[in-house]
Design a protein around this ligand. Structure first.
Ligand SMILES: Cc1cc2nc3c(=O)[nH]c(=O)nc-3n(C[C@H](O)[C@H](O)[C@H](O)COP(=O)(O)OP(=O)(O)OC[C@H]3O[C@@H](n4cnc5c(N)ncnc54)[C@H](O)[C@@H]3O)c2cc1C
Length: 345
């Protein structure tokens, strides 16, 4: 089947599905409210399932060229002692979020994405200007709120994440767990360290939760991770001059089908999850490929959307649940205990 699609949102999910649909002869228009891809920085871990989807979209080689590949990771305590070292069979490609978005944008003809063009409720009225409307508009999706009236809003995870990148190389992927706080370090490229931190929201004062001041973010990080493993100390020393992205974390409760009428939800709009398993972008890429194949191969939009929902809802709900459980185990479970000083490694 061929037809026309309106894709709401030009993030990883929206750009990927646009690439897929163009390949199978659909007419596609992407509307994105920002003036260009967001410049959040930091690395994304792309697991083999995500790489396989990028290969299907013809983008795997470009990502491999720009990525650092690692098959091992290490879990440590704040004093540096190793709790657990693991090798995964397929490994992960660590690619900067901006490099991935640039590749996705470059893979589309210039006139496909309309930047600076927010979609409104009026745009979603049932006028049938397009055969399919794809909600790829992220965790607080307007398409979900408008066309899936029964869907519950995103729910807070009780945790806040900080992330950034700074000059200097780390070889290994390391995550450090220290009671209501985790800190992660990965290579971003040959010269840059990617770092992330997640901590229990209860550790922050009201003022710290409300603040958007980078100096406040840095002072929170220095207080909560002071005395940790030396690579963490290096990041904390450099973070103020290289920028810190901070966001409260949410995931999406189950809400039934990912499709309704001619509307389909993909990516975080359908299954936003805690970042602890590093799977949200990978699942967005899989959604894009599965939805493309269904729309290309089925004889009606209705059949295609139901095939997509059947294939994707179960697996993604399981990953949302597992990510939520890991966030709870590592960051938010239990009462806050008095701090014990960290002894040097
Ligand atoms: C700290 C952190 C670390 C992560 N690490 C990883 C990782 O290592 N590996 C991994 O696979 N995943 C990771 N993720 C998850 C990943 O970032 C997301 O799952 C992924 O970015 C979702 O992409 P998306 O396109 O669905 O949504 P988004 O990236 O949110 O894109 C949605 C787009 O829609 C646009 N939009 C919204 N409303 C409208 C509107 N009304 N009109 C027009 N445009 C609109 C927005 O501006 C935005 O550009 C991480 C997430 C976090 C928070």
């Amino acid at each position: 089947m061929r037809g026309t699609a309106l894709v709401v949102g030009g993030g990883i999910a929206g750009l990927a599905v646009a690439r897929g649909l163009l390949d199978v002869g659909w007419e596609v228009e992407v509307r994105e409210r920002l003036s260009g891809p967001p410049d959040i920085g930091g690395a994304l871990g792309v697991w083999p399932v995500g790489m396989a989807s990028l290969d299907r979209l013809g983008l795997g080689a470009g990502v491999r060229d720009r990525a650092e590949y690692r098959s091992g990771a290490c879990l440590r305590r704040p004093d540096g002692r190793v709790l657990f070292g693991a090798h995964s069979r397929g490994g992960a490609h660590l690619v900067s979020r901006s490099a991935l978005l640039d590749l996705l944008v470059a893979a589309l003809p210039d006139d496909v994405v309309r930047w600076n063009t927010p979609v409104t409720v009026a745009d979603l009225a049932p006028r049938r200007a397009h055969d399919v409307v794809i909600g790829a508009d992220g965790i607080h999706s307007l398409v979900r709120r408008t066309a899936f009236a029964h869907a519950a809003p995103a729910r807070p995870l009780g945790a806040v994440a900080y992330r950034g990148a700074l000059p200097g190389r780390v070889e290994r992927v390391t995550e450090i767990w220290g009671g209501h706080r985790i800190f992660g370090l990965t290579p971003l490229d040959a010269h840059t360290t990617n770092w992330y931190a997640a901590l229990d929201l209860r550790l922050l004062s009201e003022e710290e939760r409300a603040s958007r001041d980078p100096a406040v973010h840095t002072s929170v990080l220095r207080r909560e991770y002071g005395g940790w493993y030396p690579d963490v100390a290096r990041v904390l020393a450099g973070a103020p001059t290289h920028g810190v992205d901070r966001r409260a974390l949410y995931d999406l409760p189950a809400f039934g089908s990912y499709v309704r009428g001619r509307h389909a939800l993909i990516g975080d709009a359908a299954h936003a999850m805690a970042p602890n398993l590093g799977r949200g972008a990978c699942e967005s890429l899989i959604d894009a490929v599965v939805l493309t194949e269904a729309l290309a191969e089925e004889s009606t939009v209705r059949r295609a959307l139901h095939r997509y929902d059947r294939a994707r809802r179960g697996p993604t709900r399981r990953i949302v649940a597992a990510s939520r459980a890991l966030n709870r185990l590592s960051v938010t479970a239990g009462p806050l205990r008095a701090r014990r000083p960290v002894s040097a490694p």
